[in-house]
Design a protein around this ligand. Sequence first.
Ligand SMILES: [Zn+2]
Length: 135
Amino acid sequence: MSDYEKMLKRAREQLPEKIFEKSRFEPPKPQIAIEGNRTFFKNWHQVVSAIHRDENHLLKFLTKELATSATIEGQRAVFAGKHSRSTMIDLINRYLKEFVICPECHKPDTHIVKEDRISFLVCEACGARTSIKSV
Ligand SMILES: [Zn+2]
């Protein structure tokens, strides 16, 4: 874990629990800039830390869905090719639905556990365990 990740983790632990109690979970919307033949996801770290997922997991999901490659550069992610903001928003909403939001109680207080080859979404709010696809 890098110092930056440790700092993020600490910051996250200090957040009051109640901000996650909203039933409607709205992480920051992606800030997208297309330059040449590349797409810059400028607030990548902000979005990743808001949804509490491993950035490589989200990146893998997005690159697979967009059929492209991407790299993380500091605070941002850079995708090959041109991808619109609305495409990114749709994909992130799908990611939230499949890998973050509990299907039982619709809260985002979940984490992913892996057992053998199967991953489960485990809800900290209601205790539900749901099997999820691997990315
Ligand atoms: Zn739940």
